[in-house]
Design a protein around this ligand. Structure first.
Ligand SMILES: NC(=O)c1ccc[n+]([C@@H]2O[C@H](COP(=O)([O-])OP(=O)(O)OC[C@H]3O[C@@H](n4cnc5c(N)ncnc54)[C@H](O)[C@@H]3O)[C@@H](O)[C@H]2O)c1
Length: 275
């Protein structure tokens, strides 16, 4: 009988948060995993944690990669292929939050940083993964949506929303290119995680700025937010099963959000208390 080939996933920005949780879930699901991040110290810690999951079955490796740097992403693809032969799923997950300020108060550096990581990083990652997957004849690319992808608007999140709205357009248009160029053999899809309780929500500018969340925002996060560990149990099996180009895997659907608000009085959660 032919032996089943172990599949491989590559995830950018996966030294912590949603990226690391996805990596752990993929490892539990029997994938070889390539994690990558700009934060080398967190990356080393993450690799130790990952390597402890089913070590007898699959492997995890790491590569330092800044998604704003095209050669870093090319190196990440080469590293995955060198270690595991091919890439089945590539997730452009790296992202940064915006300091909670209106656009006129943002510095040129702050504006460039958000657009560079959230938009350019996703474009570069998709470009590299698409070229490799077109060549190998198959694969799935996932780009992570965020606030603004659905046209939502809020003071303080304009640049983040601009980048994520563009990520959505870019991903759908690349899916169309893939339909034309690969006959849908390379699937280009969106991943919509909703609100996640991670370091992201209280940090900006590469973690050097702390965001003080207003009480109103905390209330909404308590109702709609989830730890990424919960979300990956839902989204990762769906990514593995997906056969659609231009697909979208959504955790916080309108229905789920409606239900959360409806039952908020009975399911009191507080992610922000000192304890
Ligand atoms: N947390 C939320 O509420 C939320 C909601 C919707 C979407 N998202 C998106 O989900 C993704 C992951 O978010 P998270 O909550 O896990 O954030 P996080 O801040 O916990 O993790 C992001 C990771 O990306 C890395 N990173 C930052 N800049 C990078 C770069 N230039 N190159 C490579 N890695 C880089 C960071 O070092 C960090 O390890 C992001 O794209 C974010 O926009 C987050």
């Amino acid at each position: 009988m032919k032996e089943k080939k172990t599949k491989t996933v590559v995830i950018t920005g996966s030294a912590r948060g949603f990226g690391l949780c996805q990596a752990k879930k993929f490892k539990e699901e029997g994938f070889n995993v390539v994690i990558s991040d700009v934060n080398e110290a967190n990356l080393a810690k993450a690799l130790t944690e990952l390597s402890a999951i089913h070590p007898e079955q699959t492997r995890a490796v790491s590569a330092v990669c800044d998604v704003t740097c095209l050669p870093d992403l090319e190196n990440l693809w080469s590293c995955a292929v060198r270690e595991f032969g091919s890439v089945d799923i590539w997730i452009n997950n790296a992202g940064v939050n915006s300091p909670d300020k209106p656009v006129y108060e943002l510095t040129d550096k702050e504006i460039a940083f958000i657009l560079d990581v959230d938009l350019k990083g996703t474009v570069f990652g998709s470009k590299v993964a698409f070229a490799g997957m077109k060549e190998q004849g198959y694969g799935q690319i996932y780009n992570v949506e965020g606030y603004g992808s659905n046209d939502a608007m809020m003071t303080g999140l304009t640049m983040y929303g601009t980048a994520k709205r563009a990520v959505t357009y870019f991903t759908r248009s690349l899916a169309k290119e893939s339909h034309d160029l690969t006959g849908d053999r390379v699937k280009v899809c969106r991943l919509t995680p909703g609100i996640m309780i991670t370091d992201f929500i209280t940090h900006a500018n590469g973690d050097s700025t702390t965001i003080e969340l207003p009480e109103k925002t905390k209330k909404v996060y308590n109702i709609l937010g989830d730890y990424p560990e919960i979300i990956v149990d839902y989204v990762v099996p769906r990514m593995i099963r997906n056969h659609r180009n231009d697909g979208n895997i959504v955790w916080l659907t309108g229905r789920r959000a409606f239900f959360r608000f409806l039952t908020a009085g009975f399911r009191r959660r507080d992610y922000f208390s000192e304890s």
